[in-house]
Design a binder for this molecule. Structure first.
Ligand code: MRU
Length: 350
């Protein structure tokens, strides 16, 4: 996607460095962050300099590539096996990390060159799948629609194009007049900060709404369709996404509003039978208790915004049961959120 007229991806490689857009500084500053070593890349994933299922998957693949480039050992399989364990432990919920590291590890059984090309392929395919999700999802959006979305599932989260935002960009680019309700997405505000910034860059009309306003707008008939991303979809169609998604899905069902999950097939984990098996990341409570932003003098501050001394908890994701999902928008087409349709996605051309 373009930022100030220049084409960017959310993450890429230059020589043996992984370069990523510094998402923690957005929307206040647009800058890039360089990871020179595999450890730098793992830290950047953990502290969310890069984030979003597809982008951290690409980061995982590139971190494996860094492990290859920085070793002179002949047996790269052993090197990659321990690199994979370290990379997979950075963030537990999005399956895209282990999808990427497994692909590179398996490729190394064939050759070092194939492993390197697989690391690049993971990122390239993610971007291409985002483009195709956009084309497929655009069919669900009507001229005049208001679409609600949660978290950031745009190009920053998926290397390029996005998952939930890709259909929105495609609808806008095809001339449909649309409006987006952007859930702010506490505690890290990926909606208010990142989705709103992305939509601004692309000129898509939008309004940031409080996290707890979705049901209210749905009850007033002001939401036509909700599209969210996913971090892991289980084999039965249950989908983990940013905390707060489940409440929106329940509200959408109550008010008869179509609720779609957009994700590349790399986010579907056939080894996870259902949503109860998806590991939910618990993040630091300071994300809940403190806020972070810039003051009028352009200086960054972290401030306490909760009762001093109170306990907090911070589950980063929740699981929406398949029965609340109207369909899954993938790069191959839109499928039902059920075991049969998911199995078919991996066996047949749909
Ligand atoms: O914790 P994050 O910011 O990495 O969260 C991941 C996400 O961006 C969302 O859950 C998103 O909706 C799906 S990722 C394309």
């Amino acid at each position: 996607m373009k930022v100030k007229g220049k084409q960017y991806r959310a993450i890429w490689m230059e020589d043996s460095s992984v370069i990523m857009i510094e998402q923690n500084k957005l929307p206040f500053e647009f800058s890039v962050h360089e990871c020179k070593t595999i450890d730098d890349t793992c830290t950047a994933i953990k502290i969310m300099i890069t984030r979003g299922a597809g982008s951290i998957g690409a980061a995982g693949g590139y971190a494996m590539l860094q492990a290859i480039l920085n070793t002179n050992k002949d047996n790269i399989y052993d090197v990659l096996e321990s690199a994979k364990a370290k990379i997979d432990a950075t963030r537990p919920t999005a399956v895209n990390i282990s999808y990427a590291t497994t692909r590179v590890l398996e490729a190394s059984k064939i050759s070092k060159e194939f492993a390197i090309s697989e690391a690049h392929a993971v990122a390239d395919e993610c971007a291409e799948h985002g483009r195709l999700i956009g084309i497929n999802g655009n069919k669900l959006i009507k001229d005049g629609d208001t679409i609600e979305t949660h978290c950031n599932a745009g190009w920053l989260a998926l290397v390029d194009y996005g998952s939930a935002l890709a259909p929105i960009y495609a609808a806008h680019d095809s001339g449909k007049s649309i409006h987006v309700f952007v859930d702010e997405t506490r505690p890290r505000s990926q909606g208010a900060r990142l989705t709103a910034w992305e939509l601004n860059q692309h000129g898509v009309p939008h309004t940031i709404i409080q996290d707890n306003a979705g049901a209210h707008y749905m009850s007033l008939g002001k939401v036509d369709i909700m599209i969210v991303g996913a971090d892991r979809i289980a084999a039965n169609g249950d989908a983990a996404n940013k905390i707060g998604t489940l409440e929106k899905a329940i509200s959408a069902k109550y008010y008869g509003i179509p609720f779609y999950v957009a994700a590349p097939s790399s986010t579907i984990d056939l080894n996870t039978p259902n949503g109860t098996e998806i590991p939910i990341e618990e993040r630091g409570v300071e994300e809940v208790l403190f806020s972070y932003g810039k003051d009028n003098n352009n200086e960054f501050h972290t401030i306490l915004t909760a009762s001093p001394g109170s306990k907090a908890s911070n589950p980063a994701f929740d699981v929406t049961p398949a029965e609340l999902i109207s369909g899954i928008i993938t790069e191959k087409g839109i499928i039902q959120a059920d075991t049969e349709s998911i199995k078919k996605l991996f066996t047949d051309d749909i």
